[in-house]
Design a binder for this molecule. Structure first.
Ligand code: SME
Length: 144
C-alpha cells in the first residue's frame, strides 16, 4: 500500500491532488469504513476535513478534541479499540467502532493527521500503526 501511494504522489502535484489519491488507496484497507485526512488550521487551533474515502464527515475538529484532535495535539499515533470508551470521541459515523489516527509531521510540526475508522471493535494494531506511520512519512515528503 505504501508503494502504491509513493508511486502516485509527487511534490510537483498540488497537495489536494496528492492527498486525494492517497485517500483513495487508504480506502482499500480491509475492514474499514472511512479513511482520510484532517489538516491543521493553526490560526484557529483546529483541524479541517481534507480528502477522504467514505461517507461525508465532520468538517471542523478543535485541536485536543476527539481522537483526531488528541493525536494532532500530542503529535503521536492514537489507537482506539472501542470508540465508545474514548472520552470525547467525535462520532461522525454511527458505523465506526474503532479508530486509528496518525499525525503527519513536517519539520517536527504536525501539519495533518491520517484518520482511519473501522466498523468492528479492535481493528487496529501495531502493524497498522507501522504501516500508516510509513505512509505519513511518505506524504510528509511531498507536503507543500
Ligand atoms: N472520530 C473522529 C472524528 C473524525 S471521523 O472519525 C471521520 C474523532 O473523534 O476525532
Amino acid at each position: 500500500m505504501e508503494n502504491t501511494i509513493a508511486s502516485l504522489i509527487d511534490p510537483a502535484f498540488p497537495l489536494v491532488s496528492n492527498l486525494s489519491n492517497a485517500a483513495a488507496v487508504l480506502g482499500t484497507m480491509p475492514n474499514i469504513n472511512w479513511a482520510g485526512f484532517y489538516l491543521v488550521d493553526e490560526a484557529h487551533d483546529r483541524l479541517y476535513l481534507g480528502p477522504f474515502w467514505g461517507e461525508p464527515a465532520c468538517i471542523l475538529i478543535p485541536l485536543g478534541k476527539g481522537v483526531c484532535g488528541t493525536a494532532a495535539a500530542l503529535g503521536k499515533t492514537v489507537i482506539v479499540p472501542n470508540v465508545d470508551e474514548f472520552e470525547g470521541h467525535i462520532a461522525c459515523s454511527a458505523a465506526s467502532r474503532s479508530e486509528i489516527v496518525v499525525p503527519i509531521l513536517v519539520e517536527d510540526k504536525v501539519v495533518a493527521v491520517i484518520d482511519v475508522d473501522a466498523p468492528v471493535l479492535d481493528r487496529f494494531h501495531s502493524d497498522d500503526k507501522a504501516l500508516l506511520e510509513r505512509i505519513a512519512a511518505i506524504i510528509a515528503e511531498v507536503w507543500r
